[in-house]
Design a binder for this molecule. Structure first.
Ligand SMILES: [Zn+2]
Length: 112
């Protein structure tokens, strides 16, 4: 076993290997993108309803975006068009969300 390979995705029934950029999460790229889409949808929904968004959640979405960028760079030499399309779509949604937060003065939850 190559020490640089983080192993297999921890999700039940998933045999995909984990890209090095996701070693800390123990998820394959497909499952990571699935989860990130869910997180992003929830946050966007909250914004549109005028509800608060907590700073930890916002931070999490920013780190999702960075992780995606890292994976796009890492996988640049072995393109999987559908996967890259999903990642780019997610980046676009994340960018829109940041715009939304900036322009609609979405309340950031403050914990006393
Ligand atoms: Zn997986």
């Amino acid at each position: 076993m190559d020490a640089n390979v983080p192993g297999k995705c921890q999700r039940a029934g998933c045999a995909n290997s984990i890209p090095t950029a996701l070693a800390g999460l123990q998820l394959c790229l497909d499952h990571f993108v699935d989860e990130a889409f869910v997180r992003t949808d929830l946050a966007l929904g909250r914004c549109r309803e005028g509800r608060t968004i907590d700073p930890a959640g916002l931070q999490c979405l920013l780190s999702d975006a960075l992780t995606i960028v890292n994976n796009l760079e890492e996988g640049a030499d072995e393109p999987k068009p559908e996967q890259r399309e999903r990642m780019l779509e997610l980046l676009l949604i994340l960018a829109n969300l940041q715009e939304y937060v900036a322009h609609h003065s979405v309340q950031i939850e403050r914990h006393a």
